[in-house]
Design a protein around this ligand. Structure first.
Ligand code: AMP
Ligand code: GLY
Length: 429
C-alpha cells in the first residue's frame, strides 16, 4: 500500500523511516516533510494547510492510508474531510481531537469519564480565575484553553504572580487567543511518564512507556521546550501499573467517546504524573509525541504500516505490535537561541559519521542548500540509538552525538539518566 505522512518534524521522519521498513508498504509520501524524510519517502507539496488541501495531496499520491503527525490538522478536521471522501486516514475526527484542542473540554471530559486528574476550575473571565485561586494550596497551575505549542502552561507559587499571569493570559499577551479561557488546577508532584496507545474506535493497544525531557538544560533546568530528548524503557512501568493505566486512563477515553457518539480512532497520548496516590493525567494529546516517537519507533518491530491500517479500518491486529526489549534513547540537537528566537542557516557536519556509529539521525529543523545541510528550526536533529541495557543505550547514543556539530548547537548531556535507578545491576558500568 501507499502511505501518506503529514508533517515535517523529527516525529514524522521517524514515522517515514519505520513505514519504509514495513513489508505492507510499497511507497511512502510525505508533506511537507524535510530533507531527512526525503531519503525514506517521496515529497509531496500541499497546496495549502486545509483539510481539503491535504485531501487533494492524498488523491494525487493515490494514498491507501494517511497518517497525521501534528495536532493542528486533526483539530482542523482533516479526518472528517478524508472520511467524507471515503479515504482511509488514521487519527481522531474533529470532535474527538478537542481532547487536545481544548484543555477545558479535556478536563470536563475526564470528569464525565471519571479519569484521575488534577482538581480544576475552568474560567472565562480573569476575575473568575483570580477568585478561584484560594481554592488551591501551594503552587497553582494556569493553563490556556487552546493550542499553544507547549507554551500554554504556567506554574506559579506566589498569588500576586498568579494574578499577573492570569491577566496577561486573558489579555492575549502570553499565547494569543489560546488564552481567552483558562483552566486553573492543582499542582501535582511525581515523575512524568508518556504513555501512548493506538485506538481503533473500540479498543486501545499500548505502546511501550517513554519519558520526555522538556527543559532546555541538564538536571531539568531552564525554560520549557518542545522536548530535548526522550527514552523508552520497559522498566519505566511494571505490569500492574500498566494495567492500571490502561484501565483508568486509556480505555475510559475510548469508552466515553463511544458513548458520546464520537468514536476515537488514532494515537492517544497520556501525559501522566505518577503521584504517590497513583497515575494522574496532566494532559491528553491525540497524536504521537515528539521526541518520544523517535525513541519508540527505534525499538519497534513488526509491520507498522499493517498495524496502522488495521487500526484505521477499525480493527487493531496486535500481531503487528511488538517492541524489542532493548531500551532506546533520542537526544535532540537544538539550534542557537532555542527555545527563544532561533538562529537558522548554520552548517551541519557529521551526520554520516553518527549514522556510521549506528544511530538513526532523524531530521526536524534542517534545510538543504547548495552549501550543504543547514539548521532551519529550533529542534534540528534527533539522534537515536538503542542498547541491551539503558546505560548501554545512553553510551551508544552519545557516542554518535559527538560526531555532529553546528555553530550554537545545544544538547543535553543527561537524557535517560533519570531512568538509571531502574538498572541497579549495571551500577558499576
Ligand atoms: P501540559 O501541556 O498540560 O502537559 O503541561 C505542560 C507541563 O506542565 C507538563 O509536562 C508538566 O511538567 C507541567 N504540568 C502540567 N500540569 C501540571 C500539574 N497539574 N501539576 C504539576 N505540573 C504540571
Ligand atoms: N513531547 C511532548 C509532546 O509531544 O507533546
Amino acid at each position: 500500500m501507499k502511505v501518506l505522512v503529514i508533517g515535517g518534524g523529527g516525529r514524522e521522519h521517524a514515522i517515514c523511516w519505520r513505514l519504509s521498513r514495513s513489508a505492507s508498504v510499497s511507497q511512502v509520501f510525505v508533506t511537507p516533510g524535510n530533507p531527512g524524510c526525503a531519503t525514506e519517502a517521496t515529497p509531496a507539496v500541499p497546496p495549502d494547510n486545509t483539510p481539503q488541501g491535504y485531501l487533494a495531496v492524498a488523491r494525487e499520491a493515490g494514498a491507501d492510508l494517511t497518517i497525521v503527525g501534528p495536532e493542528a490538522p486533526l483539530v482542523d478536521g482533516i479526518v472528517d474531510a478524508f472520511r467524507e471522501d471515503g479515504r482511509l486516514i488514521f487519527g481522531p475526527a474533529k470532535a474527538a481531537a478537542q481532547l487536545e484542542g481544548s484543555k477545558i473540554f479535556a478536563k470536563k471530559f475526564m470528569e464525565r469519564a471519571n479519569i484521575p486528574t488534577a482538581r480544576f476550575v475552568d474560567a472565562y473571565e480573569p476575575e473568575d480565575a483570580i477568585a478561584a485561586l484560594p481554592q488551591f494550596e501551594g503552587p497553582v497551575v494556569i493553563k490556556a484553553d487552546g493550542l499553544a505549542a507547549g507554551k500554554g502552561v504556567v506554574i506559579v507559587e506566589d498569588r500576586n504572580e498568579a494574578e499577573a499571569v492570569i491577566r496577561a493570559m486573558f489579555a492575549g499577551a502570553l499565547v494569543g487567543a489560546a488564552g481567552a479561557k483558562v483552566v486553573i488546577e492543582e499542582f501535582l508532584e511525581g515523575e512524568e511518564i508518556s504513555f501512548i496507545g493506538l485506538a481503533d474506535g473500540e479498543r486501545v493497544a499500548a505502546l511501550e512507556p517513554s519519558q520526555d525531557h522538556k527543559r532546555i538544560a541538564d538536571n531539568d533546568e531552564g525554560p520549557n521546550t518542545g522536548g530535548m530528548g526522550a527514552y523508552s524503557d520497559s522498566r519505566l512501568l511494571d505490569a500492574a501499573t500498566r494495567e492500571e493505566i490502561m484501565k483508568t486512563v486509556m480505555q475510559p477515553v475510548i469508552d466515553q467517546f463511544r458513548r458520546e457518539g464520537t468514536p476515537f480512532t488514532g494515537f492517544l497520548y497520556a501525559g501522566l504524573m505518577m503521584t504517590a496516590s497513583g497515575p494522574r493525567v496532566l494532559e491528553y494529546n491525540v497524536r504521537l509525541g515528539d521526541p518520544e516517537t523517535q525513541a519508540l519507533l527505534h525499538r519497534m518491530d513488526g509491520d507498522f504500516g499493517a498495524l496502522l491500517h488495521g487500526a484505521a479500518a477499525g480493527r487493531i491486529d496486535e500481531a503487528h505490535l511488538s517492541f524489542r526489549k532493548d531500551p532506546s534513547v533520542c537526544v535532540v540537537l537544538a539550534a542557537a537561541g532555542y527555545p527563544g528566537k532561533v538562529r537558522t542557516g548554520d552548517l551541519i557536519h557529521g551526520i554520516e559519521e553518527a549514522e556510521a556509529a549506528g544511530a538513526a539521525v532523524f531530521h526536524a529543523g534542517t534545510k538543504s542548500t547548495p552549501e550543504g545541510l543547514v539548521t532551519n528550526g529550533g529542534r534540528v536533529l534527533g539522534v537515536t540509538h538503542s542498547g541491551a541495557t539503558l546505560p548501554e543505550a545512553i553510551r551508544n547514543v552519545y557516542a554518535s552525538v559527538k560526531h555532529i556539530r553546528f555553530a550554537g548547537m545545544q544538547v543535553r548531556s543527561d537524557i535517560g539518566r533519570k531512568g538509571l535507578r531502574r538498572w541497579p545491576e549495571t551500577a558499576a558500568s
